[in-house]
Design a protein. Structure first.
Length: 108
């Protein structure tokens, strides 16, 4: 997808940067949900970001933590947080897959 989409977008004369940011993805999602009022896309995107930031502030205040920018966390982080033994097994599985891909020359 990373090879095909930028080439296709680059073929249009009015697109200067064929590598879309998150706005393009949220726009495609809103369009598929039936929201065709393009003028509202930026406002809806801003509202969703605001709700995420506010929820972070509320949780920080609830636990007495300093307000900070939230980090991205994957499922491995949450498994380690709530189930250290199960997370270790999952880490071993993921590391085995990565090692196999490296051995096959798919990843460096």
């Amino acid at each position: 997808m990373n090879d095909v989409v930028p080439k296709k977008l680059g073929s249009f004369k009015n697109i200067s940067n064929p590598y879309p940011n998150v706005d393009a993805h949220s726009g495609a999602l809103l369009y598929s949900l039936g929201i065709k009022e393009y003028k509202f896309y930026t406002a809806l995107f801003a509202m969703s970001r605001t709700i995420g930031s506010l929820s972070n502030i509320i949780w920080c205040r609830a636990f007495g933590l300093p307000i900070e920018r939230p980090e991205s966390s994957d499922m491995i982080y949450y498994r380690q947080l709530f189930d250290p033994v199960g997370a270790a097994r999952e880490d071993d599985r993921i590391n085995a897959i990565k090692a196999k891909e490296i051995a096959l020359g798919r990843k460096k």
